[in-house]
Design a protein around this ligand. Structure first.
Ligand SMILES: [Ca+2]
Ligand SMILES: [Ca+2]
Length: 367
């Protein structure tokens, strides 16, 4: 098969990058129980809080969910313990990422020419090499059609855009003017790791992230309770209307929003739900909770840590929290237990990150 630009983009978008966005339509609802975390009062460190970070106390909580009204990879609910840690109160912003680039000269993955030898590792065996001319820097941009489309074909709203990057979120003609305080996007895992190293922090594990997002409440569907919009109040930047073509922006935003626009959760964290998905340090394993619960075989040391039956060739990291593109009729992922795999070597226009930091006193532990 001869590879032209449209066909390589089909491969790169549909097979590698977008498989992580292979949401199913709205699941059915069910009952669940409520409870509070078991949090130690003794484990607050004496050190001053790092700038724009808050102490997440650690403790015992229920991760995942038993709701039928959730995707299979979120089940079953499991009891877990986590140590305390500092966490950024907001997603890393364009301004902060620009400071990092200014200080280090770092060039993100989206700004580099794709390497075929790397790309083919995540493609079905025998995929032909595309013409070199189509392997140009760029990234995936949400580009909705002006009319309703079948929800099975994600290439109808995700487009590869040459020249799209964190500095040019919609392509070369776009810029960050007026968006300095919005979360940075088009960030691949290694970009986030490089930023973390510079900042003296690290990406959260999935367990840490979900503990933090739940804000001390077990068994709640959302980070703030069981209603998406209590008393009609929007508590996160998600998608209102009919995905993907009719984004009403009733919450005030059709794209990203400035960080800290919506109310924080009980731990003082903003935008854990919505705005942009957030990278974690975990490889994506669709059976993770089932393995913890003893309902699926454990992974041996020599096995691939990444398991996604919908995307068997890709190596994916877990992303959490959903984004401004999560809608009631598609990708109902604006919930703490929601999780998706995201290609480790790619960014998109709705994925960013925030960081955590360990206490200097390593004796603070719940384990
Ligand atoms: Ca919105
Ligand atoms: Ca978020």
């Amino acid at each position: 098969m001869k590879m032209n630009k449209s066909s390589i983009l089909s491969y790169l978008s549909s097979v590698i990058i977008l498989a992580g966005f292979s949401c199913v339509e709205k699941p059915a609802s069910s009952e669940k129980q409520a409870d509070n975390f078991s949090i130690s009062k003794k484990n607050k460190p004496k050190e001053d809080a790092p700038k724009d970070m808050v102490w997440i106390p650690g403790g015992e909580f229920i991760m995942g969910t038993d709701e039928e009204n959730a995707y299979a990879a979120e089940r079953p609910a499991v009891n877990l313990k986590v140590d305390g840690f500092w966490m950024d109160v907001h997603e890393v912003t364009n301004r902060e990422f620009a400071e990092f680039v200014e200080a280090t000269g770092y060039v993100t993955v989206a700004e580099r020419k794709p390497e075929w030898e790397e790309l083919k590792k995540q493609l079905p065996p025998g995929t032909p090499k595309p013409d070199d001319s189509v392997l140009v820097p760029g990234s995936m941009v949400f580009s909705p059609p002006p009319y309703a489309v079948p929800l099975q074909d994600i290439s109808l709203w995700w487009k590869w855009v040459d020249g799209a990057s964190w500095k040019h979120p919609e392509g070369p003609e776009s810029n960050l003017e007026g968006r300095e305080n919005h979360p940075v996007v088009h960030i691949a895992f290694e970009d986030a790791e490089a930023y973390a190293k510079w900042a003296g922090k690290r990406l959260p594990t999935e367990i840490e992230w979900e503990f933090a997002a739940r804000g001390g409440m077990n068994g709640k569907r959302f980070a703030w309770g069981d209603e998406l919009t209590p008393n009609g109040q929007f508590l996160a930047n998600t998608f209102q209307g009919v995905f993907p073509h009719d984004n009403t922006g009733n919450d005030g935003f059709v794209g990203t929003s400035p960080v800290k626009t919506f109310a924080p959760n009980s731990f003082g964290l903003y935008d854990m739900i919505g705005n942009v998905w957030e990278l974690t340090s975990d490889w994506y394993d669709a059976l993770k909770y089932a393995r913890i619960a003893g309902q699926a075989p454990k992974l041996d040391a020599g096995m691939n840590p990444c398991y996604n039956p919908d995307n068997p060739y890709a190596m994916e990291r877990v992303i959490k929290g959903g984004s401004f593109l999560c809608a009631e009729n598609y990708c109902v992922n604006y919930r703490p237990s929601a999780r998706q795999g995201h290609a480790y070597d790619s960014g998109t226009s709705n994925v960013g990150f925030r960081l955590v930091k360990d206490a200097k006193d390593q004796n603070i532990s719940m384990k």
